[in-house]
Design a protein around this ligand. Structure first.
Ligand code: NA7
Length: 549
């Protein structure tokens, strides 16, 4: 079957019920779910094993900023009991170990082709199948195709001249080597200060000879206050998982973080201050659970931003560095809020240097390091933590061709469009869990992925019970969904920052907030309503439907 270089037509086609692209948490669950429903499934994964972004992101300090109790599967009470998290916020090795544990426990690996990429997927309307070609020369065919390709999986290099000239060690956070990297005594540079850069800086700053942080836009980051989990607490957690999963389904974040309806200005100033001090001490995303309107009320947002800037000033000793680290010009939480462990304290170390690119922009990367307007910084190691072509990048990285030859690239030329985030008009039987018009990266991605895969499985069950071979949303259902997404987005301060959330980090990418920001619980209700009204929201068996019309 595997025969690289052969013409596709000469290759035997493997027929299955479901093709799943990706072996991250969504892809793993999809493979499991469809297998349990008695379907034959093939999973395709570019990485060497399961884990998705956690397989690739092995950089020092990599850690999830959602609590372990949230960022884990809820579908299997057995797995919940058998797996024990060691920290409140798990580090990458533990999350990857968890993914491997699940893969072993459910015997998932045998369904996956690892080290394989899909290069093209096309719908055949006459045969009612998706055909997927891989870079190993394989051709797969299935009535259903699930694109579990992840919202953060296509790495983006910085748009800087001379990257290939650098003679030192160039490392990318999103494709970190599997072997340990030593920074001892080395001159290290980091470009990028989003969540990834922050985790690298606070870790490598304590290991490297010298660390130079090239910062273009400072991020707001809040204390994570991570800690080990006591065995007694773990036992309690395990006893109460069911109730917690239910709470997560009804929470806007898809996690257990408390939500509030309290507006910021409903409290007198002294109590607001007290609530912010509490949020700072408590750590994590407590701020967002303390006040309901931080993403819609600019004045409330400004006051919280001032509070955090004040804390930065208290921690960082050098006033010029402190000033450069204080984010200004965009609302707090309009960029993904980072959680850190002594990030600002790192800048008090004598070997850590902040290069403020707003004052001293990068000119080029040279053989020896990075040249800014002020001069050249020589480096042994240069790390890119420059983010992703997020949300749509992975689905647009290869040709996805729907009905009547329409490509996803054409359909999404002005930005992603779908119904419920995971189905597209013109692309029958194609499903994209955690897709770009759902809550995607604004909610707990494992909760979203499980929900979406369950919904998709129900849809397929409905189709088969009713003798339908294909389904796609109506143009009107899709348009209505996109109107809802846009009307919610209009009110949000998120639009006011240039981030991957709005596509602003990739040159030429259509910009706008395309995620559903109404909260996971509301999204779930919308999906339930859509399923109740399937007959009006979807076209089944289009050819038959138009012949009958
Ligand atoms: P982000 O949040 O997109 O951050 C990327 C960073 O890289 C950001 O600080 C960028 O600055 C910086 N960047 C990108 N290009 C350049 C150039 N040319 N020069 C200097 N700096 C540059 O990606 P992360 O990987 O940190 O986080 C992604 C998500 O993963 C995160 O939100 C969590 O959900 C997990 P800019 O802001 O563009 O000025």
């Amino acid at each position: 079957m595997v025969g690289g270089g052969q013409a596709a037509s000469a290759v035997a086609t493997k027929r299955v019920d479901v093709i799943v692209v990706g072996a991250g948490f969504a892809g793993m669950y999809a493979v499991y779910k469809f297998r349990e429903l008695g379907k034959s499934v093939v999973g395709i994964e570019a990485g060497g094993d399961v884990g998705g972004v956690w397989y690739w992101n092995r950089y020092p300090g990599a850690r999830c900023d959602l609590m372990s109790v949230d960022y884990s599967y809820g579908f299997s009470p057995e797995i919940e009991q058998e797996w024990t998290w060691s920290e409140q916020f798990a580090a990458q090795p533990e999350i990857l170990a968890y993914a491997n544990f699940v893969a072993d426990r459910l015997d998932l690996r045998k369904h996956f082709r690892f080290g394989t990429r899909v290069t093209k997927a096309a719908w055949d309307e006459a045969a009612k199948v998706w055909r997927a070609e891989t870079d190993r020369g394989e051709m797969l065919e299935a009535p259903y195709c699930v694109m579990a390709t992840g919202p953060l999986s296509v790495a983006k290099d910085p748009d800087i001249e001379g990257i290939s000239r650098f003679k030192g060690t160039l490392l990318r956070a999103q494709k970190w080597p599997h072997e340990p990297v030593s920074f001892e005594g080395k001159r290290v540079g980091v470009i990028g200060t989003g969540s990834t850069g922050i985790q690298i800086v606070q870790t490598v700053g304590r290991q490297a000879g010298e660390l130079f942080v090239f910062q273009r836009t400072p991020s707001f980051t809040l204390p994570m206050r991570n800690h080990e989990l006591e065995p007694d607490y773990v036992a309690e957690m395990k006893r109460h998982y069911r109730a917690m999963r239910e709470a997560m389904r009804n929470n806007p974040t898809g996690g257990t973080r408390p939500a509030t309806s309290r507006p910021y200005f409903s409290l007198p100033p002294a109590q607001r201050r007290q609530a912010m001090e509490h949020a700072w001490i408590n750590g994590g995303h407590t701020f967002l659970g303390s006040f309901a309107d931080l993403l819609v009320n600019q004045e409330a947002n400004d006051q919280v931003a001032d509070f955090v800037r004040e804390k930065i000033g208290e921690i960082v000793r050098d006033p010029k560095t402190a000033e450069a680290l204080k984010p200004r010009g965009y609302p707090i939480f309009a960029r993904r809020p980072c959680l850190d462990t002594e990030y600002y304290e790192t800048y008090n170390l004598p070997n850590v240097h902040l290069v403020d690119l707003k004052e001293d922009p990068i000119v080029e990367i040279t053989e020896k390091g990075v040249r800014t307007q002020a001069g050249e910084t020589e480096l042994d190691v240069l790390i890119f933590a420059t983010g992703y072509d997020a949300l749509t990048g992975a689905l647009l990285a290869f040709d996805v061709i729907g009905r009547d030859g329409i490509t996803l690239k054409d359909k999404w030329r002005d930005g992603p469009r779908s119904y419920l985030g995971f189905m597209m008009q013109g692309f029958p039987n194609l499903f994209a869990p955690s897709g770009p018009n759902g809550p995607a990266a604004l909610a707990n991605l494992i909760t979203v992925a499980e929900h979406d895969v369950d919904w998709i499985a129900d849809m397929i069950g409905y189709m088969e019970a009713n003798g339908h071979r294909s389904a796609e949303p109506t143009a009107e259902a899709e348009a209505q969904w996109m109107r809802l997404v846009a009307s919610l987005a209009e009110k949000s301060l998120i639009r006011k920052a240039n981030t991957w959330w709005v596509g602003a980090n990739v040159k030429g990418k259509p910009q706008g907030l395309t995620m559903f920001i109404g909260g996971f619980h509301k999204y779930r209700e919308q999906c339930e309503a859509a399923a109740r009204a399937r007959a009006s929201n979807f076209v089944f068996d289009r050819a038959k439907a138009s012949a009958a019309a």
